[in-house]
Design a protein around this ligand. Sequence first.
Ligand SMILES: Nc1ncnc2c1ncn2[C@@H]1O[C@H](COP(=O)(O)OP(=O)(O)OP(=O)(O)O)[C@@H](O)[C@H]1O
Ligand SMILES: [Mg+2]
Length: 285
Amino acid sequence: MTTEHLIRIEDVYKAYSGKTILRNIDLAIRAGEFCSVVGPSGCGKSTLLRLILGEEIPDEGRVLLNGQPVGLPDPRRGVVYQKYSLFPHMTVLENVMCGPSYLGLNGNTKASASSIKDEAMYYLERVRLDKAANKFPHELSGGMQQRAAIAQTLIVHPEVLLMDEPFGALDPDTREDLQLFLLELWEELSLTILFVTHSLEEAFYVGTRLLALSQYYDSGDEDHSHGATIVEDHALPTVAQPTNIKTNTRFQELIAGVRDRAFDPSVAQRTQAFNLTHKDSYRTE
Ligand SMILES: Nc1ncnc2c1ncn2[C@@H]1O[C@H](COP(=O)(O)OP(=O)(O)OP(=O)(O)O)[C@@H](O)[C@H]1O
Ligand SMILES: [Mg+2]
């Protein structure tokens, strides 16, 4: 068993009420990667994150973290959702401090309470919210709330940061700011990120690797009830600014290709035709 991959998913199947949602998922992710995850609505992107979190268990196959089954949710995996990650009755600082306080990290002494506060301030500075430390969530803009949610997650030092459409509720300008901000944070703190988004432009801008899940392929079954699998897994070129994606014809062609292959219900790619060119991509059949 190799442990060179931080996350390894082997031949995973997941069904709800007898309906297969995810089928034959094979995925290996190294520490430090920034993986964007896209796919048609309802194809199972959030389910994939829940399997990595340990909130769901696969019906078949294995989900490994550092070579060991992931088990139940724990601080090794942090998650940021589109909204509602913050407790409304607590200040930003208290929200960021609550993870380590609850977990009893550093013990429960007075000295450790102040060290948790110092660490919370460190992360609030990283997400540029140190001046808003004593505000309540409702006093923050949507973008500030999402940055606070990221700090709240990072303070417990997760080995992987799972993000489920974290910028989906933000206006376009704030969203672009946060994309750039997240890339800088990823670089500064050497994070490993799985980032689910509905926006292909966003996926292509922030990620170093693109994963597309889709139920639209030819498995030999008549309909698409066979469940979604990984139909795209490749490295992404880097781009300087989010806006360049919209004006650069090469990126537009790449995005259109993914849209055609993964999002069009009329496509029927055979598994052999999937664009799985990432060096770590593999498929068990
Ligand atoms: N706990 C559950 N019980 C039953 N069905 C579920 C459960 N969770 C998800 N599903 C179903 O599984 C499918 C995949 O759901 P999931 O939320 O993972 O998709 P998604 O790709 O994240 O969708 P979206 O793009 O809308 O966020 C959907 O059909 C959903 O209704
Ligand atoms: Mg979802």
